[in-house]
Design a protein around this ligand. Structure first.
Ligand SMILES: Nc1ncnc2c1ncn2[C@@H]1O[C@H](COP(=O)(O)OP(=O)(O)O)[C@@H](O)[C@H]1O
Ligand SMILES: Nc1ncnc2c1ncn2[C@H]1C[C@H](O)[C@@H](COP(=O)(O)O)O1
Length: 229
């Protein structure tokens, strides 16, 4: 994707949120290229707990959450120190508000572990390394379409995970975003944009500009020109 002229602040933080497989990493790459920002990813390869976690949630949930929190802290510190614009693949709010909570609610994290995890999270977000994003892009779509993408990507550990887990995650996301108030939201449906179409990416960038410049604008549901016709 070639660069797009835009008026976003040079040190903006645009964070992508959405359930597993919905298309965050793909859009992170596209937008970072288009905006001339750096992309910051959640690393899956090399995660020492992820496969074990998918095979035994009860045994590994706490370990995995602590690992993700530590990685996120390092990621945020790096971003803060460079002082440039970033597109970030997934927010810390999802770790605690969705993933850790899901496992706690399902009996896979004890009260003690969940409280320890939450207090670590609270201490971290109070540090200067955790500015609120300028805009959170929430990617959404139908569960069957998202399941197709998980299958198409082909991470074995995810494909072996029961459908009920993905369903639980999916509905938790819908509930979480309806209450999210940390920063303005751009709500994208996977059928409303095309990462390979420069016009579509331009329209997303224009929506980001609106959300960054208008202090009254807290939520925008993205509609492309194609949808408006
Ligand atoms: N806009 C898109 N159109 C078609 N396929 C997509 C699109 N975005 C992502 N995909 C595909 O869906 C799968 C999951 O995408 P990915 O970006 O890895 O999701 P996430 O980071 O949210 O888990 C990948 O196989 C990717 O190629
Ligand atoms: N905080 C998390 N807890 C459990 N699992 C998590 C967490 N953050 C990410 N994950 C998992 C979900 C996926 O299997 C991979 C990567 O997520 P993706 O949405 O594909 O970027 O890690």
């Amino acid at each position: 994707m070639s660069k797009i002229t835009h008026s976003l602040n040079k040190n903006s933080l645009i964070t992508l949120a959405g359930t597993v497989g919905v298309g965050k990493s793909t859009l992170t790459n596209t937008l970072a290229d288009a905006l001339g920002f750096d992309a910051s990813f959640e690393k899956v390869d090399g995660n020492p707990y992820l496969e074990d976690y998918y095979s035994d949630f009860k045994k590994w949930s706490f370990h995995l959450q602590i690992y993700f929190l530590a990685e996120r802290y390092k990621q945020q510190k790096r971003m803060h120190e460079t002082g440039i614009g970033y597109v970030q693949d997934r927010s810390i709010y999802e770790d605690v508000g969705i993933f850790a909570k899901l496992q706690y609610d399902n009996g896979n994290m004890t009260d003690r572990d969940f409280e320890t995890y939450e207090s670590l999270f609270e201490a971290m977000v109070m540090s200067p390394y955790f500015p609120k994003p300028d805009v959170l892009i929430y990617i959404d779509g139908s569960l069957p379409r998202i399941m197709d993408r998980i299958k198409q990507r082909g991470r074995q550990m995810e494909m072996n995970t029961p459908h009920s887990f993905w369903e639980d995650l999916y509905f938790r996301y819908a509930n979480w975003i309806s209450k999210f108030e940390e920063c303005p939201i751009l709500h994208l449906d996977i059928d409303s944009y095309d990462c390979h179409d420069p016009e579509s990416v331009k329209e997303i960038v224009r929506s980001l500009e609106v959300l960054q410049t208008d202090p009254n604008m807290k939520y925008l549901k993205f509609k492309s020109n194609l949808q408006r016709l």
